[in-house]
Write a protein that binds this ligand. Structure first.
Ligand code: SF4
Ligand code: MG
Length: 329
């Protein structure tokens, strides 16, 4: 099948006064055109750093890509000049962050920001750019675009501002949209509307989406596949059905019990996962989840679990699924 984005064995570290933090430790996954892939995990698990690596936005130093490769449409992004990479960021990859105010200019009207952005990428007249700005606001479901374009960012609600950010990210018809915690700052009703908007946009434009979140519940409605990250690694990956109905890794199961149920049944209490992730200055020898895992065995402490495939697309990195774990080492 076709591949839009391919990440292979990516490792990223940050040097700090306390030593080197191994934020991403050997992450591999691919995204097909038009697909939605979610990256889910607690804060500090390496999900945002993975996204920044795709955009080549990891600050170096203190950050460093230790090894691995990222290909977009077959092109090695590491081989591009800064100028070429800026054009990839504008035209091929759009990015949406948690807080739209950090990316919107408070001193310019939304219309000026959109038309300016369009004009830096396209050689068209100002009035054509304004027409495109109106089309973009229509696409993201903002009514009366002509009037709204005259307003400043602070005159919009949080949900509306996120819609404007999405319009900005779609400006150059990217083939990939990366959304890092796009709904975290919003209340639950607005969250659902933004997720619906992503679905709608994907149907209309065919854009592929990587959505990053700490909340599995957010991605149930939209993702094709879910990568669960823990301590810098993907510990389980599968389709939404596989992750929600056949979770294998104890961490994934833990995440699921801390998420409201898909059918809205609130009778079961939500149980957060006890404990904290390991220190990534010196990741443990064995499985990084050992200290929080109620199934931890001797072998888990001693040896890093290998990847076990449960189906075509479903894999987990846990000794419980590895038949060798039965035998003493
Ligand atoms: Fe738990 Fe062992 Fe699996 Fe790690 S490898 S998640 S400690 S059972
Ligand atoms: Mg983050």
């Amino acid at each position: 099948s076709e591949t839009l984005l391919e990440i292979n064995d990516l490792a990223v570290s940050f040097s700090t006064q306390g030593g080197e933090v191994q934020a991403v430790r050997g992450v591999s996954f691919a995204v097909a055109p038009g697909e939605t892939v979610a990256i889910v995990g607690e804060s500090g698990c390496g999900k945002s750093v993975t996204a920044q690596s795709i955009m080549r936005l990891v600050p170096e130093p203190p950050g460093r890509i230790k090894h691995g490769s990222i290909h977009l449409n077959g092109k090695d992004l590491a081989a591009l000049s800064d100028k070429q990479m800026r054009s990839v960021r504008g035209k091929q990859i759009g990015m949406i962050f948690q807080d739209p105010m950090t990316s919107l200019n408070p001193t310019l009207t939304v219309g000026d920001q959109l038309t300016e952005g369009i004009l830096t990428h396209e050689n068209i007249s100002k009035s054509e750019a304004e027409k495109k700005a109106v089309e973009l606001l229509n696409l993201v479901g903002i009514a009366n675009p002509q009037e709204r374009l005259k307003l400043y960012p602070h005159q919009f609600s949080g949900g509306m501002r996120q819609r404007i950010m999405i319009a900005m990210a779609l400006m150059c018809k990217p083939s990939l949209l990366i959304a890092d915690e796009p709904t975290t700052a919003l209340d639950v009703t607005i969250q659902a509307q933004i997720i619906d908007l992503f679905k709608e946009i994907q149907e209309k434009t065919g854009v592929a989406i990587i959505i990053i979140t700490h909340d599995l519940g957010v991605v149930a409605q939209i993702a094709d596949r879910i990568n669960v990250m823990y301590a810098g690694e993907i510990v389980e990956s599968g389709t939404v059905k596989e992750i929600f109905y056949k979770p294998q890794h104890p961490y994934t199961r833990g995440l699921l019990t801390s998420v409201p149920r898909l059918d809205g049944d609130r009778s079961q209490p939500l149980i957060p996962i006890a404990g904290t992730p390991p220190d990534l200055f010196s990741p443990p020898e064995g499985c990084a989840f050992t200290s929080r895992c109620k199934y931890a065995m001797e072998v888990c402490r001693a040896y890093d679990p290998a990847v076990t495939h449960l189906s075509d697309r479903h894999f987990t990195k846990c000794w419980l699924q590895d038949e060798r774990a039965e035998k003493p080492f």
